[in-house]
Design a protein around this ligand. Structure first.
Ligand SMILES: [Zn+2]
Length: 300
């Protein structure tokens, strides 16, 4: 079971978790980035609810020289690219986040991708068609967050995310802590443990609550009433993206519950690039599923 594969059409490397949200990757087939053997995506189509997380299954065996052999990848939720992200396969250490033109996902369902690239309605839409396969450009937050976790020695490297106030890995990422004085926060990639009891769902809107555990322990500080929440308004999304997101939220909630009951040392953390609500400072809106990912981190 593998998380990384290279798309044969575009030449770019992707994690399986990106696939349900990136239908433009459906064509072309997949191969091992190390040796080129065929890989087959599993539970990645996003068209129904899967029990397992998206992953790649190898069709045959890796070649002897395959660079993905050796120190093996970690668990399904842990960062799993090679340890030396500096020398990692092309694409595992992105410099820029650019969402592929996704207007065909939002407006008329069958609008061709090429035409939709010209749309600039969304602040995060691509401003011009870009060649696929550029090793330094990530199509989702996933690989960027993974690089952040795997390569602390590279945190000074530049990172460009449209709308983000940071300009390097160091300055783009910050852990979100609950507060007793809700305030305006800089627009950054925030991350925090999720709570396993609370995923509200009303129609196509889902709301995830973040864990307040760091406050329960600290008795000298007043625990704030409301926790931070992240709202996904999926109404404009395709059914595929909605299904994939609901499935992912539920899987992660259950995973967090199991970790909690097992008294494990790790917890599920969400990484997200969203927009703080104009009135409720404890609420964030995430408008695109590609701006969210989950990783296990040591318990806070
Ligand atoms: Zn291989």
């Amino acid at each position: 079971m593998s998380e990384l594969a290279r798309n044969r059409r575009t030449g770019s490397v992707h994690v399986a978790a990106e696939l349900p949200f990136s239908p433009e990757l459906d064509d072309g087939g997949w191969e091992c980035p190390g040796c080129g053997i065929e890989m087959i995506p599993v539970a990645a189509s996003g068209d129904r609810l899967y029990k397992v997380a998206p992953h790649f299954r190898i069709h045959g065996q890796h070649a002897e020289h395959c660079s993905t052999l050796g120190p093996g990848p970690g668990g399904s939720s842990s960062p799993s690219a090679s340890e030396d992200a500096g020398d990692a396969p092309p694409g595992t250490f992105p410099r820029k986040l650019r969402l592929a033109a996704d207007r065909q996902e939002v407006v008329p369902e069958r609008e061709p991708a090429a035409a939709s690239a010209a749309h600039v309605g969304s602040p995060k839409a691509a401003t011009a068609p870009q060649p696929h396969g550029s090793a330094s450009v990530a199509g989702t937050l996933h690989r960027i967050a993974e690089s952040y976790l795997l390569a602390p020695e590279h945190h000074g490297e530049p990172l460009e995310i449209d709308g983000c106030e940071g300009s390097s890995y160091e300055t783009c990422f910050r852990r979100l802590k609950n507060t007793n004085r809700p305030s305006r926060l800089p627009r950054l990639v925030w991350f925090a443990e999720i709570q396993f009891r609370h995923i509200l769902r009303e129609g196509d809107v889902a709301e995830l609550t973040l864990s307040p555990l760091q406050w329960i322990r600290n008795r000298s500080v007043v625990r704030p009433g409301p926790h931070y929440r992240i709202r996904f308004d999926m109404v404009p999304w395709t059914p595929r993206r909605r299904n994939a997101m609901f499935a992912e939220l539920e899987r992660r909630r259950v995973e967090q519950q199991e970790l909690h009951h097992a008294e494990a040392e790790e917890r599920v953390n969400i990484f997200f690039f969203g927009r703080q609500d104009g009135e409720d400072a404890m609420l964030f809106h995430v408008e695109d599923p590609r701006l969210v990912c989950f990783f296990l981190l040591p318990k806070v």
